[in-house]
Design a protein around this ligand. Structure first.
Ligand SMILES: *[C@@H]1O[C@H](CO)[C@@H](O)[C@H](O)[C@H]1NC(C)=O
Ligand SMILES: *[C@@H]1O[C@H](CO)[C@@H](O)[C@H](O)[C@H]1NC(C)=O
Ligand SMILES: *[C@@H]1O[C@H](CO)[C@@H](O)[C@H](O)[C@H]1NC(C)=O
Ligand SMILES: *[C@@H]1O[C@H](CO)[C@@H](O)[C@H](O)[C@H]1NC(C)=O
Ligand SMILES: *[C@@H]1O[C@H](CO)[C@@H](O)[C@H](O)[C@H]1NC(C)=O
Ligand SMILES: *[C@@H]1O[C@H](CO)[C@@H](O)[C@H](O)[C@H]1NC(C)=O
Ligand SMILES: *[C@@H]1O[C@H](CO)[C@@H](O)[C@H](O)[C@H]1NC(C)=O
Ligand SMILES: *[C@@H]1O[C@H](CO)[C@@H](O)[C@H](O)[C@H]1NC(C)=O
Ligand SMILES: *[C@@H]1O[C@H](CO)[C@@H](O)[C@H](O)[C@H]1NC(C)=O
Ligand SMILES: [Cu+2]
Length: 646
């Protein structure tokens, strides 16, 4: 056994060495099985985030980073209340992290070299969210003004990564509620925001400009932000495969060329406002070989309030105003016409729409009436919340289903936690969803009479595939180029759920989970790689997997996860670097032509390969399928395989 295993390792190293000629990529250890025992279709409360999850992102396979606003969280760091933590997915423990400036309603995204950016925010505050006398520390939170801040984090699993928040590196203008989107060279474009906050924007404090990080010079005007007041904060923005951006804000929309600054107005978005505080759920749909990696963006819910109805301090009761239930799509590189999608089963503001590896989207959180935001001493507010009637019921959206059948609740149980303003959600490597936050209050606010308190509880939702035995692909690589040579991935019959035909229903997908805040996941994207397959007469299954399409505007460089998905069941996602790992023009080459797929007409009979029907010939993965009571059998079959191969 020991000898046989080292023999296999030598073979893997040989493959690695030959692959190294083509690129710097290394083979990733074969992924295992999920370690949690969640019940599919249910939420489980698994821990506490330490600070409220206004902003979160998955930084490594084991760490979620949580960023709150500066407020009276009981958790302390450096002698004051903390407003950031690192959450360990294995232990559910948090580590308080120190941040210099107020991250209130900051934006975020990841650079092409893997450094995360958290940008903008509010002035330094004292209790109640009131402005501090000093904007350079010294108050009860010792916080600095975050309006121009750019903060950096290099995530790791060692418990040693920390926020870099250095006033010498700040922006030149104030941005509260900015959007960040990745560009083909791995830099970020930074759009909009306002200077002093408040419920909605207005001309006196608008920042109708864009700039880049790393900087490409002074800020430039972005006229859509002049023309879409007041609900133009956190402009909804996606890089399109054409290299242009789709920008949607207020009722307006445009195609924007980030290289020339040319703005091309398109028709207003139908039915509803989707930007904050309407906060519709939005996502770019999967970019796949079948759609030639063409981008379609979907917007669901929000509110149909008109521009003159956004008066948070007026007498008009926003909190009981029904949220919108419409969904619309656009495919901007092909046509700038909007089209209606299936409607949500109920109106929803502040929904999060999370891409799942099976090419569906999980929709959770938010409210059936009202909008994002809060206000003090507002007669109609629920406490201070501008929304009411939490939607506890999640939904699955299948964009590929026929019209009329795209939303489903089959097998899904409710959450028990209201996730109102300032909640967030992200996909995790094991395919579950991490959901946290909710704090429609100016400060940390809890107690029996508080309807929507500051929420620390973290839930995981377990999709339908969660307890299925996961494929354990051998031969995934840790860095993908834009074009270039394909690579081979081995699967076993067990990985194909015991049916060779499932190789025809196997995909390899890249998901960037993005930066979740305010019902947006900035940078979230799903790209399916091209692949073909060979099943040998003996039953050896090889997937031939293309690198990324040779266009970095399809998915910008930087870290993401790779999944092999067999009939909808994903492997445990592994982190990969897309592109060079550096900010700058990405090398692109023509993709190597894939071998033609082949599956023997007479499928190999289980056991005919000489390695046992449910054997594993994964590299070093003898314990791969021990989870569901077949431990003894799988182990002995695997042992037999090693002997046979030796
Ligand atoms: C990534 O690039 C940014 C901008 O140049 C830099 O601040 C950061 O340190 C870089 N990160 C790494 C890991 O090199
Ligand atoms: C856009 O708004 C800014 C700031 O309010 C203002 O300075 C600028 O003149 C406006 N631009 C146009 C073309 O109206
Ligand atoms: C796919 O898109 C690319 C880039 O836009 C284009 O060059 C190519 O012709 C398209 N292929 C098909 C089959 O439409
Ligand atoms: C909002 O409503 C209040 C109270 O009704 C009123 O005093 C104020 O002028 C309104 N503000 C705007 C911008 O409409
Ligand atoms: C809210 O009302 C209370 C009681 O009238 C008052 O003390 C407080 O200053 C008010 N706060 C604001 C922000 O208006
Ligand atoms: C689930 O939550 C929805 C509100 O989102 C509610 O209408 C429904 O009754 C709940 N279902 C159960 C079984 O509690
Ligand atoms: C894939 O299988 C082939 C044939 O058995 C073997 O040579 C190769 O080492 C395997 N690759 C990995 C990464 O396990
Ligand atoms: C092999 O695995 C498949 C799917 O996991 C299962 O249905 C089948 O019963 C297994 N066969 C044996 C011989 O254990
Ligand atoms: C692939 O698997 C999914 C999930 O089980 C299923 O819904 C779909 O119909 C399958 N597709 C094909 C072509 O068999
Ligand atoms: Cu906010």
């Amino acid at each position: 056994m020991t000898l046989a295993r080292s023999h296999i390792r030598r073979k893997a190293l040989a493959v690695l060495a030959s692959a190294a000629c083509a690129s710097a990529a290394n083979i990733i250890p074969t992924p295992g099985q999920p370690t949690k025992s969640g019940v599919p279709g249910t939420f489980e409360i698994v821990g506490e985030s330490g600070v409220s999850g206004q902003q979160i992102f998955l930084g490594t396979n084991n760490k979620v980073y949580v960023v709150d606003k500066t407020e009276a969280n009981p958790l302390q760091v450096a002698g004051h209340a903390a407003w950031a933590t690192e959450y360990d997915l294995t232990t559910n423990a948090v580590r308080a992290m120190d941040v210099l400036s107020n991250t209130f309603c900051a934006g975020g995204n990841v650079l092409g070299n893997g450094t995360w950016v958290n940008l903008g925010g509010n002035q330094a505050v004292i209790t109640g969210g009131n402005t501090a006398p000093s904007q350079t520390g010294g108050g009860i939170y010792n916080d600095w003004d975050g309006g121009k801040a750019i903060r950096f984090l290099n995530p790791n699993n060692d418990g040693t990564s920390n926020w870099i928040d250095d006033p010498n590196m700040y922006m030149t203008t104030r941005r509260w509620y900015p959007t960040l989107e990745g560009l083909p060279d791995g830099s970020l474009i930074i759009l909009g925001g306002d200077m002093w906050g408040g419920f909605v924007n207005d001309a006196s404090q608008n920042n109708p400009t864009y700039e880049f990080y790393p900087s490409r010079g002074p800020v430039q005007p972005l006229l859509i932000l002049n023309n879409t007041l007041p609900a133009n904060l956190f402009p909804l923005t996606w890089l399109l495969p054409s290299g242009n951006l789709l920008i949607q804000t207020g009722w307006g929309a445009e195609i924007f060329n980030p290289n020339t600054g040319v703005e091309t107005t398109i028709a207003n978005i139908p039915h509803a406002v989707r930007t904050y505080p309407a906060s519709g759920a939005t996502a770019m749909l999967p970019l796949t070989p079948a759609n030639n990696w063409t981008a379609t963006v979907v917007f669901c819910g929000g509110t149909n309030l008109q521009d003159n109805q956004w008066n948070g301090t007026g007498t008009f009761d926003l909190a009981s105003y029904p949220a919108d239930n419409s969904c619309v799509r656009i495919t901007p590189d092909v046509s700038t016409a909007w089209s209606d999608d299936d409607s949500l089963p109920e109106g929803r503001s502040m929904g999060n729409m999370i891409a799942l590896p099976d090419a569906t989207f999980f929709i959770l959180n938010g409210a059936n009436t009202g909008v994002a935001g809060y206000g003090v001493n507002v007669s109609w507010a629920i406490g201070t919340s501008y929304a009411n009637n939490p939607v506890y019921a999640p939904l699955v959206y299948n964009p590929a289903a026929p019209a009329g059948q795209r939303f489903s609740r089959a097998g899904l149980s409710n959450s028990t936690i209201p996730r109102m303003y300032h909640s967030s959600a992200t996909l995790l490597p094991d395919g579950s969803i991490y959901s946290t936050g909710s704090n429609p209050n100016p400060d940390y606010t809890v107690g029996p009479t508080v309807v929507f308190p500051t929420e620390y509880r973290v839930e995981r939702f377990y999709p339908w595939y969660y307890s299925k035995t996961r494929p354990q692909p051998a031969g995934l690589i840790d860095q993908l180029s834009y074009g270039g040579n394909y690579f081979n991935v081995n699967l076993t019959l067990a990985d194909l759920a015991g049916d060779y035909n499932n190789v025809k229903n196997t995909t390899v997908v890249i998901i960037r989970t993005g930066f979740s805040t305010h019902a947006m996941n900035m940078g979230m994207r799903y790209v399916q790689l091209d692949n073909s397959y060979t099943v040998s007469d003996k039953g050896d299954v090889t997937l031939h997997v293309s690198q990324l399409p040779s266009n970095p505007a399809i998915i910008s460089p930087g870290p993401a996860m790779i999944f092999v998905v067999v009939a909808g069941v994903p492997s445990v996602g592994q982190f990969v670097m897309l592109g060079s790992g550096q900010i700058g023009t990405q090398p692109t080459t023509t993709p190597q032509t894939l071998p033609v797929s082949s599956l023997p007409v007479n499928l190999p009979s289980p056991g005919g390969s000489g390695s046992g029907s449910n054997s594993s010939h994964h590299n070093g993965a003898a314990s791969s399928h021990v989870r569901f009571g077949v431990a003894t059998m799988a182990m002995s079959a695997a042992a037999a395989a090693f002997v046979a191969l030796a």
